[in-house]
Design a protein around this ligand. Structure first.
Ligand code: ASP
Ligand code: MG
Length: 402
């Protein structure tokens, strides 16, 4: 007997047939005498549809009311799933974020979990009930509904697993696990048996859509036993853990992120304090900056370029232009026709030359690199968006297909 948290994503519960399939998985887990908490996302594209609906009424609704609206998708899923299990004759109860004491801060639309008081869940489990919880939602200190950011149901599941010391947290999705690269783009991509938290964290923040990155952060911090697997085929998925057996290749995955824009400040004064002045402007607007490149100065000026998320591009350029005289730069150029391509691997730490192989693969494919950034377990390059798919294919072929 174990305590298992199972999370099912939107595609896994998209329609009645899929709800029944998932109900079957839950029923089997329950019949093996496990305590089971199920976390659900909204069905299919429900969350997107809700956002569209809001726009029909008010193109700029308050974030508070958006959360009231968006949280309804998950509430629908849990009721339907509970009804399916009821019909199978199983003891089950659905609970909202508020009912399970999922307390968050007050950042509507992107709230962070502060505490999960699990008394209610514990009580229900003690009655041998299957507990079905609405993912993605919480409640702040004013008792208002909050949501955890798009894809946040993964984080709900991991938070419950961490708070209640679950033996296992399974994230069921529509792919069979974590792949070396997006299998839709790279046919040779293969499923990984295991991956480290750090690698997964990099991949999650680099545009691989498999897991919400805060869920991985939390899993690492609380050492949650995590597994990513398919709700469509019953096969072992990918285990996410602290250390893995090192595979021959030094890298685990390649990811592409097209949600990137590059801003270049040209002719910036070459003197102390300019970086501070530039990035202070962005910090004030709560805009995250990713890769930064500062060129060698010439004629007393230099160029500073950096990347931001696409949807921050306009706000960032507007804020910088407003401060042009204070910062002191001649020109500003901006493009969102670029993409970040990254390769990740814990095995890179001890081996020089991995980055060189990546650059060689891009050279052979005649793809130009605009910016490079590295960490202990990652190399990212910025390339033209139109060449990004070819880039991941070339890098994948170099490391995994020879
Ligand atoms: N339904 C929410 C979303 O689409 C949360 C989730 O699916 O994890 O972002
Ligand atoms: Mg998701």
């Amino acid at each position: 007997m174990a305590f298992i948290v199972q999370k099912f994503g939107g595609s896994s519960v998209a329609n009645a047939e899929r709800i029944w399939r998932v109900a079957g998985i839950i029923a089997d887990t329950y019949s093996e005498n496990n305590d089971i908490v199920v976390v659900l996302s909204a069905q299919g594209d429900t969350t997107d549809d809700l956002i569209e609906k809001a726009k029909e009424i008010n193109p700029r609704p308050s974030k508070r009311e958006m959360d009231v609206l968006m949280s309804t998708g998950e509430q629908m899923s849990i009721a339907l799933m509970a009804m399916a299990l009821e019909k199978m004759g199983l003891p089950v109860i659905s609970l909202t974020g508020w009912q399970i004491g999922m307390q968050t801060n007050s950042v509507y639309g992107n709230a962070r979990i502060k505490k999960v008081s699990c008394d209610r869940i514990r009580n229900e489990l003690d009655k041998r009930r299957i507990v079905i919880v609405a993912g993605f939602q919480g409640v702040n200190k004013y008792d208002d509904i909050t949501t955890l950011g798009r894809g946040g149901s993964d984080t709900t599941a991991v938070a419950i697993a961490a708070a209640m010391n679950a033996n296992l947290c399974q994230i069921y999705t529509d792919v069979e696990g974590v792949y070396t690269c997006d299998p839709r783009k790279v046919p040779g991509a293969r499923k990984l048996e295991e991956i480290t938290y750090d690698e997964m964290l990099e991949l999650a923040s680099l545009g691989s859509q498999v897991l919400h990155n805060r869920s991985v952060e939390m899993a690492k911090r609380y050492n949650v036993n995590l597994e990513v697997l398919s709700s469509f085929v019953r096969k072992p998925g990918t285990k996410v853990k602290e250390v893995t057996k090192m595979e021959q290749t030094k890298i685990s995955g390649i990811a592409k992120d097209t949600n990137v824009a590059r801003i270049a400040l040209i002719g910036v004064k070459d003197e102390p304090g300019v970086a501070f002045k530039v990035f202070r402007v962005l910090a004030k607007q709560k805009i995250n900056v990713d890769i930064i490149l500062q060129s060698i100065g010439h004629d007393e000026t230099q160029d500073i370029s950096f990347t931001v998320a696409k949807n921050d591009m306009e706000e960032a350029t507007a804020a910088l232009r407003e401060q042009q005289d204070i910062i002191g730069f001649r020109d500003l150029s901006v493009t969102d026709k670029i993409a970040k391509v990254s390769m990740v691997g814990a095995g890179m730490v001890n081996s020089s030359g991995v980055a060189v192989q990546m650059f060689e693969a891009l050279y052979a494919a005649k793809i130009n690199i605009h910016m490079i950034s590295t960490s202990e377990i990652k190399v990212s390059v910025l390339v033209n968006e139109s060449e990004a798919d070819r880039a991941i294919q070339a890098i994948h072929a170099k490391f995994f297909e020879t």
